[in-house]
Design a protein around this ligand. Structure first.
Ligand code: HSE
Length: 412
């Protein structure tokens, strides 16, 4: 390291922070407490100056005018943790166009606009880092980007949403009500301001889209991915899983189904005790990375909450000190795999009034149970059929869960 580099790394890094909710306040505390970041939050831009906040900040630090940050030539880096995808898009694109590097945690915005955001980084010679967008404190993005840069990767699969996992844990392991557990997840600051994102699977989907870019070098639009959440889970589903010695978890997965094709989806899944993710409870996230030669690897950690997410922001801030940026190398490879939904899955579908066995288009039905109160059917179905049956499957009497079929011979 040259003396110049040493000096630069010791120079104070001036940060403009957008957003001062749970994560923003976490970022403020973590940066203030860091001895090595040599970083100062120079301005915090918020939507509402009058809002009551737990964290006390020096007078004049808060502003509601974004230009106080954009027009400040002394700002070296923008950290953006705004809970509004449209605002986040404006902030990030404005910063990148001005050549200001950004650290962001806004998964919805990133997942929707990643191709444009990659182009803006290249055109303006600057960087956007976003490890905090996926799985909070778990360094999944940088790991996939840097370490798993080869053909061996077969699957990235896991629990990517802390709130839905918290709810399912409380319901399964503590016999609490679904609604009570959801309220607790909101109170503890894990849930999105609109918790529908958590329980509908959309939050997991956004993270999966970002993960897939860094795992396989392919961007898939969120609307092209089958996504089913946990909001219609019934007592009967929980009882069924318990009887089989399993748990139901909301699982997101991207899987290579051949050398040149991969598939991806988000769905509740029956998880047996032999799986790593079986023991991932409460707001924790767990990510299993599978590859040829090494079978499975597992990353586990807090995926939601102010301080865990802020720890990831701090890591990206420090990475910027070394001029780190994602190179998106895999997107330029000669052979990137192609996304397919022409794969057959095995699913469990609970239903009450909707005639699922005749309407859903199973390739094969292997089990069916009917009773006065509820029914279920288990069968093989293509992902294409699930995608074209989204409306049918959105009925409140229905609950759908995946029964894993990939890599079964390799798991235990
Ligand atoms: N609402 C998200 C979750 C926050 O519950 O996982 C972290 O992205």
């Amino acid at each position: 390291m040259t003396p110049m580099e040493t000096t630069n790394r010791r120079q104070t890094l001036n940060i403009g922070l957008f957003g001062f909710g749970t994560v923003g306040q976490g970022v403020y505390k973590v940066i203030a407490g860091s001895r090595n970041a040599h970083a100062v939050i120079r301005k915090v831009c918020v939507r509402n100056l009058e809002k009551k906040r737990d964290t006390v900040v020096p007078k004049g630090l808060l502003t509601d005018n974004a230009d106080d940050i954009f027009n400040d030539a002394g700002i070296d880096l923008i950290v953006e943790v705004v809970d509004d995808a449209a605002a986040s898009y404006r902030i990030v694109t404005t910063a990148l166009k001005q050549g200001i590097p950004v650290v962001s945690g806004s998964k919805a915005m990133i997942a929707e606009h990643l191709p444009e955001l990659i182009r803006l980084q290249r055109e303006n010679g600057t960087a956007l880092l976003y490890d905090a967008s996926s799985c909070g404190s778990i360094p999944v993005i940088r790991n996939l980007e840097e370490y798993y840069d080869n053909d061996l990767l077969l699957e990235v699969k896991g629990i990517l949403n802390g709130s839905s996992n918290y709810i399912l844990s409380r319901v399964f392991d503590h016999g609490e009500s679904y609604e009570g557990a959801l309220r607790k997840a909101q109170k503890l600051g894990f849930a999105e301001s609109d918790p529908t994102f958590d329980i509908s699977g959309k939050d997991s989907l956004y993270k999966l889209i970002i993960i897939t870019v860094h795992a396989l070098g392919v961007y898939v639009k969120p609307e092209d991915v089958f996504t089913y959440g946990i909001s219609t889970i019934h007592e009967d589903d929980i009882r069924y899983a318990r009887e089989k010695g399993m748990k139901i978890k909301l699982v997101a997965q991207v899987v290579k189904v051949s050398d040149d094709r991969f598939t991806m989806f988000v769905m509740p899944e029956f998880v047996s005790p032999s799986r790593y993710i079986y023991s991932v409870d409460n707001e924790y996230n767990g990510v299993v990375i599978r590859g040829e030669c090494y079978d499975r690897q597992f990353m586990f950690g807090k995926g939601a909450g102010g301080l865990p997410t802020a720890s990831s922001i701090l890591s990206d801030v420090m990475a910027r000190r070394h001029d780190y940026r994602y190179e998106y190398k895999k997107m330029g490879y000669i052979d990137t795999p192609v996304y397919t939904t022409d794969v057959t899955l095995k699913v469990y579908v609970y239903f009450e009034t909707t005639d699922i066995p005749t309407q859903l288009g199973f390739e094969r039905i292997s089990e069916m149970y009917t009773s006065d109160t509820g029914n279920y059917v288990i069968g093989d179905i293509t992902l294409d059929t699930l995608l074209s049956s989204r409306e049918l499957l959105s009925a409140p009497d229905i609950f759908l869960a995946n029964i894993p079929t990939f890599f079964l011979d390799k798991d235990d």
